[in-house]
Design a protein around this ligand. Structure first.
Ligand SMILES: [Zn+2]
Length: 322
């Protein structure tokens, strides 16, 4: 059979222009009222990577993104290529830059395969990677330093998968000492009084790829300062059943869901390339705007990149949800 002259658009990778110049994140969000930023890029089935520079934390590495190289910690949500396929190159570039060993956290069930993949690539390269791998199960904790912890969250994606949260331990002045001056509090402390107690604040929670039911098991997806949740499909042309077949979340699944109910900010991400940016914003705003108001902050670029062009073939495709 003769080869087709060109690949169908639905299968085409992003255009070169879509990769961005090195060092330039595609989207940078500054959620109101928090002291950290969220950088990244996420198109369902194509590529997801995120970075919180203040925590030296990257989440997923679907393709190597220069800004994410600086992160010491990398939390993988699952093994699909658009989320983890860039791992060997990410490690290789970090090694080339003489960066300290990366700390990579991943679903425990992925350990054997990831070790095999990395060992094979070390043999192909003739050099080793500088990396520590940490297998994780739901609610395992890992230190990020500076009083912060990375916590694994349950996810339901048909393959081993996790969400992640960042929790910060803070000292809080005892209520009975409110109104006292600094020197007074210091004097009490030096006299042996307990002047503060510790509390934990959930700064950030991210769902990973999952069905929307994960929020029932992960309070962090309800009350983190910033909640990121995947929303792969957005309307009835691509109905919930199509999203669920891929173990993804449909926008309609969020009706009545507790996701981000007590969050400072809600960031929908992992939106299918079936939707143009303007259209995606309108659909998200119509469904979620009344509920979240200016707390809604979709992870979308300002304009359509070439890979987000909707094609008739893609829009009509009912075989894949991405
Ligand atoms: Zn996936």
């Amino acid at each position: 059979m003769a080869e087709p002259d060109s690949e169908p658009e639905a299968l085409a990778p992003p255009d070169a222009d879509d990769l961005g110049s090195p060092g330039a994140p595609k989207v940078r969000l500054q959620p109101p009222g928090v002291a950290f930023t969220v950088e990244g890029w996420s198109i369902a089935g194509i590529e997801t990577w995120l970075r919180i520079p203040e925590f030296s934390l990257a989440i997923d590495v679907g393709r190597v993104a220069a800004p994410a190289l600086a992160s010491r910690h990398l939390a993988l949500t699952h093994g699909h290529l658009d989320h983890a396929g860039g791992l060997p190159a990410w490690l290789g570039l970090r090694r080339m830059g003489a960066m300290p060993p990366a700390r990579v956290y991943l679903p425990a069930e992925m350990m054997t395969e990831i070790k095999t993949i990395l060992a094979a690539w070390e043999r192909l390269q003739g050099v080793g990677f500088e990396v520590e791998l940490f297998p994780a199960r739901p609610f395992d904790r890992f230190s990020l330093g500076s009083g912060r912890s990375l916590v694994a969250l349950p996810a339901h994606h048909g393959v081993p998968a996790l969400g992640w949260a960042v929790i910060e331990r803070r000292a809080k002045l005892c209520a009975e000492l409110l109104g006292k001056t600094g020197p007074e509090i210091r004097a009490l402390r030096e006299a042996g009084h307990v002047v503060s107690k510790h509390e934990e604040v959930t700064l950030l929670a991210i769902s990973g790829d999952t069905r929307a039911s994960a929020v029932d098991e992960a309070p962090a997806l309800r009350d983190a300062q910033v909640v990121l949740h995947e929303v792969t499909l957005l309307d009835d042309r691509h109905p919930p059943a199509l999203a669920h077949a891929g173990n993804h979340t449909h926008l309609h699944d969020l009706r009545g869901s507790a996701v981000a109910a007590e969050a400072g900010c809600f960031v929908p991400y992992h939106i299918s390339q079936r939707y143009g940016v303007t259209e995606a914003r309108a659909l998200l705003q119509a469904e979620l705007g009344p509920r979240f108001g200016d707390r809604l902050l979709p992870l979308l670029p300002a304009r359509d990149p070439p890979s987000r062009r909707r094609s008739a073939a893609l829009a009509a495709d009912k075989s894949s949800c991405c």
